[in-house]
Structure formats: structure tokens, C-alpha cells
Unconditional design. Structure first.
Length: 344
């Protein structure tokens, strides 16, 4: 079977009015990107489904997806209705990416979805999108309901990083969003877990699309660019990822709490301050090693070569992230569109 071309996407946070974000999405479409992925965090950004609606109406070709929404702050029935509504406006172009919650749940004092809750939630979503009747139990008792005008063709992709969720994603999701970066060592471990899950579900692992997220910078000065991602490296180490970093000879020992950064290390409002604060634990050398191993930092030729190598391992897609949560990735779109995509 011939391998399909690598899909290259871009992550665009809904950090401005929807109509202005659509201008950025159109530019990504014009520049040759295959997909745009929108994160969902109700206190950090505009509503993701409002933004998706505007993007669906304002584009023609580019794929649209959530990376990712959740089933904690949003009830599965609400997500099913929203997904159906976007899919109607962009037939065949919408992917519903789901995760455990992260920056959506923390700021409002809720807990991330457990693996069991993700299994139950995806099953309910799939049933609703297929138009099936389902029981809902609440304070008023149990009622049986269904989604009117369903869209069963909406693909459900699950974002995962830990072993349990990686196996679950391989078992039940229509695709997997890998949060391991592009490090060959950690990526191999993650894909092995997905394959194990697929086997448990009686599926051919080769038919489960894999999309990898990666921070990207087209630059001749990797050292300077790497210093800007110290908060990312610190966050991974702080949230249980230190062993994965160590596999790539990136050694970071973080305290449980880091003061002075809001709302968290990955989405810091004052990024320069977050870089300065995390420099106490993340050296320039560690940041450079992290950028070289886990991210796509370098010249256009170097990035294109790493993307080809990534595709050769069986990865179907990648979505690129810029450093920053509260501005659109305009510079990254221009740089990748002008020099990396033509090389592919």
C-alpha cells in the first residue's frame, strides 16, 4: 500500500476576534498548509467552535480541527452538537480532536479526564454523532435522547502522551495526536503503545492515522531560538516527563510549583518573565538539546529533512506550533510556506 503524503498543519490559538483569526487561516491555506488546528481553553482564548465556524465559512480547502477540546468543561452532548454544526459547514474537512482537559480544567478547579472517562466519553460521542439513542442520567432521573441531524462521518482523534491513554487511543480513536514531539526515541515508545492498543481493539495499527505536534522555528540561530522554549521544557519535566527528556539526554529537575507565572508555564502571559524564571532549572545547554531533539528548529532544509524522516516512520501528519499563546503564528506561516513546504 502506498503511503499518503505527509499532512503539514499549523496550530492557531483563537487569540483574537474570529474574523481576524480567519485572515490568518486563509493565509495558511494560501501558503499550502493542509490543516489548521485550534486549541480550546475557555479562559485563555475565544470560543473554539465559534472560531471554527468562521474558519469553515471563510476557507475552501484547508482541514480544520480541534487540538484539542475536552469532555469536562464541555458535556459530550454539547460537543457532539458543536462538532456536527461545524462539519455541516466544512464537509469532509473537520476533525474533532479530544484530550483530557489540561489548560481548560485547571484554571476552573476541575480535574482532567481519567482514561476510563475518555473511553466512556468517546463512545457516547460516537453514538450521538451516529444518531443513536442514549441514556442520560442526572438529578432529574434517566432520560433517553438522541442528536437530531447527526454527522457520523466526523473523525474522532484523541490526544495522548501517557501509556494508558496512548493504548486507549490506538484501541478506539479514529486517529491519534501524539504529544511526544519529534524525538525518535520518545516517538518510537509512543507509537508502540498505540500499536498495542490497536491490537487490543482488533484493528490494523497501520490504519490509525498518527499526527505529531511539534514546536517549530525556521532559523539559522538555533541557540537563541532554543532559549525561548525553556518554559515548554520545564513544563514537560514538571508534569512527569522528566524520564522522557532524559532519554534524549535532557536533564531537568523541576519543583512541583513555580511561582510568578500565570496561568501556567506553557501559556504564560509574560513569556520573557517565564523564560527568565525557568532558567533557574533549564540551562541553555538543556534548552538547545530539547530544541534539537524534540522540536523542529533549524533551517528550512533541516526542517524539511526531519519531516521526511518523520513521515518515513509512519507518521501521517504534523502540526507546527510557534512559541506564544496570545498572538497568531503569522511569521511561522510565512517562513514555512515560503521555504519548507516547497521543499517537501
Amino acid at each position: 500500500m502506498l503511503q499518503t503524503p505527509l499532512r503539514v498543519g499549523i496550530r492557531i490559538p483563537p487569540c483574537d476576534r474570529a474574523d481576524r483569526i480567519v485572515d490568518t487561516v486563509r493565509r495558511a491555506e494560501e501558503s499550502g498548509f493542509d490543516d489548521v488546528w485550534f486549541p480550546d481553553s475557555q479562559l485563555l482564548w475565544r470560543d473554539v467552535f465559534t472560531t471554527l465556524t468562521a474558519a469553515a465559512l471563510g476557507t475552501e480547502r484547508i482541514g480544520l480541527g480541534t487540538a484539542v477540546t475536552n469532555l469536562v468543561t464541555r458535556h459530550p452532548a454539547v460537543v457532539a452538537s458543536a462538532a456536527r454544526s461545524v462539519a455541516e459547514l466544512a464537509p469532509g474537512r473537520f476533525t474533532l480532536g479530544l484530550g483530557v482537559g489540561n489548560s481548560s480544567v485547571g484554571p476552573v478547579g476541575l480535574r482532567q479526564s481519567t482514561t476510563a472517562a475518555m473511553r466512556e466519553g468517546l463512545a457516547l460521542l460516537r453514538a450521538l454523532l451516529a444518531g443513536e439513542d442514549r441514556d442520560f442520567t442526572g438529578p432529574a432521573g434517566t432520560v433517553r435522547s438522541r442528536l437530531r441531524d447527526p454527522r457520523p462521518e466526523v473523525p474522532l482523534h484523541m490526544a495522548a502522551s501517557g501509556p494508558k491513554n496512548l493504548r486507549l487511543a490506538g484501541e478506539i480513536a479514529d486517529g491519534v495526536i501524539l504529544l511526544s514531539g519529534v524525538s525518535p526515541r520518545t516517538l518510537a515508545g509512543a507509537t508502540a503503545q498505540v500499536r498495542a492498543g490497536a491490537e487490543t481493539g482488533g484493528r490494523d495499527a497501520g490504519t490509525v492515522p498518527l499526527t505529531v505536534s511539534a514546536y517549530c522555528a525556521v532559523t539559522d540561530d538555533i541557540e537563541a531560538a532554543a532559549r525561548q522554549i525553556k518554559p515548554i521544557c520545564a513544563s514537560i519535566a514538571q508534569n512527569g516527563g522528566a524520564p522522557f527528556l532524559a532519554l534524549a539526554d535532557v536533564h531537568v529537575d523541576m519543583p512541583e510549583v513555580v511561582e510568578g507565572v500565570y496561568p501556567d508555564l506553557v501559556h504564560a502571559e509574560d513569556w520573557d518573565a517565564a523564560v527568565k524564571i525557568t532558567s533557574e532549572w533549564v540551562s541553555d545547554e538543556a534548552a538547545l538539546r530539547f530544541a534539537e531533539e524534540f522540536c523542529l528548529f533549524g533551517t528550512a532544509e533541516q526542517i524539511a529533512g526531519r519531516l521526511r524522516a518523520l513521515h518515513a516512520t509512519g507518521v501521517n501528519g504534523v502540526f507546527l506550533q510557534h512559541v506564544g499563546s496570545y498572538d497568531p503564528p503569522a511569521e511561522l506561516i510565512e517562513a514555512v510556506g515560503a521555504s519548507v513546504l516547497p521543499a517537501l
